[in-house]
Design a protein around this ligand. Sequence first.
Ligand code: ZN
Length: 153
Amino acid sequence: MFRVTKEIHFCYGHRLLNYAGKCRHLHGHNGRAVITLEAEALDTLGMVVDFSEIKRIVGRWIDEQLDHRMLLHEADPIIPELIRQGEPFVTLNANPTAENIARLIFERTTAHGLPVVEVTLWETETSFATYRPQNPETGPPLRMREVAARPTI
Ligand SMILES: [Zn+2]
């Protein structure tokens, strides 16, 4: 097997519902997504997937959907206030933990047709979570909803 890994850096805010630790309040992280792809055979260029192609596809998606966004559980009671203020945010049907953000990036990478086998999300310099499905049929993908910023006049 051949394996390639691409790192993508982005910033995100979040808070966790029903949680007693530091991550219960709105705050941000400098996240690092580590995306690993595998293939048994190489393409005609001798690559699994060109690193720049991974960056173009997954990096762009992260840049547009997750970077500098507040990631929230869809039941977070702050959502009506963010809407009132015209703030952009992203909701998940799960707590926006490092584990679930890794899974979200994995599922979006798969949806783009890339042979991803695992995604690790570094939330801090010393803490990271990895998502690697046991088999491809591990239930429905995470549901993500994006609310754009109110346009400025
Ligand atoms: Zn946090």
